[in-house]
Write a protein that binds this ligand. Structure first.
Ligand code: OGA
Ligand code: NI
Length: 348
């Protein structure tokens, strides 16, 4: 099995297609829609395009989204400057079992280790979450960010980017609400005291990209994700209709948006939270920056009443976001005996 630590090795059925594992060999698809968010475009037209993308794919890219490209360059540089530090320096801001924010190089997805290192920080500092996943325990906990000393201005750049990406997330939330025939502010209140966070992903070159993954197949748990990827490629999305893996094409300055589990539940399966994964390669490192737009810990997530019809009864039971959030965090932290919690647990 080469020199690869066995923790990283995917089960045969989840390994990437070996033909696609050298950088430069990716066959990028144009199938995933690109949506122009220019402010002079008609909102209803944009909403119609979003509805179609969310139903068929759960993924789309946006251009003319308003997030300044010079800020994006600065945050990408800051992330790269951080990951280049020594392991010892990075571990000074290491996450632990209680505080999930900070540096981490042992992320597990579905109990297999991911070929990457990460740095996470909350949008709101502090962020309030339940102290434990136990349903009967009502104790809360304040979680705070950990900031490295280096690179200088790291924190300022991160916070500036966070404010801009949050604006875009609220704009998308409004458009998605309109696309469902709801009022633009229908979903906004779930995000008072939100638990959103940002992640810097660094995927180093991998000696055995045919056996491991940068991130194993998974669905994002929250409402939606706004992802900035660089030009290397490697993100793959499973098509809703046939489960085929499609490589998302890097488009300079575009952002990738995907629907998370909360949105799938709110829309009672009309919109799709797609499985996705990251393929690594032998020659090029890759960076990406997702913003996970997560509701308040208080939010109880269930299909929206306006979207329930007699012929389309609710397919999910209500679940508390805060409890889901903390139990997910624990299972991502290290290898567990049981697989981590999935939305299927809440299927009615
Ligand atoms: C994630 C994720 C994709 C990427 O971090 O949840 O899916 O391209 N990342 O890095
Ligand atoms: Ni993801």
């Amino acid at each position: 099995m080469g020199g690869l630590d066995e923790d990283f090795i995917q089960a045969p059925e989840h390994r990437p297609n070996t033909k696609l594992t050298n950088s430069g060999d990716f066959i990028f698809s144009d199938e995933i829609p690109t949506i122009d968010l220019s402010s002079d475009r008609d909102k209803t037209t944009i909403a119609t395009e979003i509805a179609e993308a969310c139903e068929r794919w759960g993924f789309f890219q946006v251009i003319n989204h308003g997030l300044p490209s010079d800020l994006r360059r600065r945050v990408e540089k800051t992330a790269a400057d951080f990951f280049i530090l020594t392991a010892e320096e990075k571990r000074r801001v290491k996450r632990d079992e209680v505080n999930p924010m900070g540096y981490h190089d042992e992320e597990h997805t579905k109990n297999v280790r991911d070929w990457k290192e990460i740095f996470d920080f909350f949008l709101q500092d502090p962020t309030i979450v339940p102290a434990t996943p136990e349903p009967e325990d009502t104790e809360l906990r304040e979680l705070t960010n950990q900031w490295p000393q280096n690179p200088s201005h790291f924190r300022e750049v991160c916070q500036e980017y966070a404010r801009e990406v949050e604006k875009l997330a609220f704009k998308l939330l409004e458009l998605i609400s309109i696309s469902l025939g709801l009022s633009g502010d229908r979903l906004k209140d779930y995000f008072k005291e939100q638990t959103s966070f940002l992640r810097f992903n660094h995927y180093p070159p991998c000696p055995n990209p045919e056996l491991a993954l940068g991130v194993g197949r998974h669905k994002d748990g929250g409402a939606l994700t706004v992802l900035a990827q660089d030009s290397v490629g490697g993100l793959q999305v499973s098509h809703r209709s046939d489960g085929q893996w499609i490589s998302v094409k890097p488009i300079p300055d575009a952002l990738i948006i995907n629907i998370g589990n909360c949105m799938q539940v709110w829309t009672n399966d009309k919109y799709w939270s797609a499985e996705h994964r990251v393929v690594v390669n032998t020659s090029k490192e890759r960076f990406s920056i997702p913003f996970f737009f997560f509701p308040s810990h208080k939010a109880n997530i269930k299909p929206l009443e306006e979207l329930i019809r007699e012929e389309n009864p609710p397919c999910y039971k209500s679940y508390n976001w805060g409890k889901f959030f903390v139990s997910r965090n624990r299972s991502d932290f290290k290898k567990l005996e049981v697989e981590n919690i999935q939305i299927d647990h809440f299927k009615a």
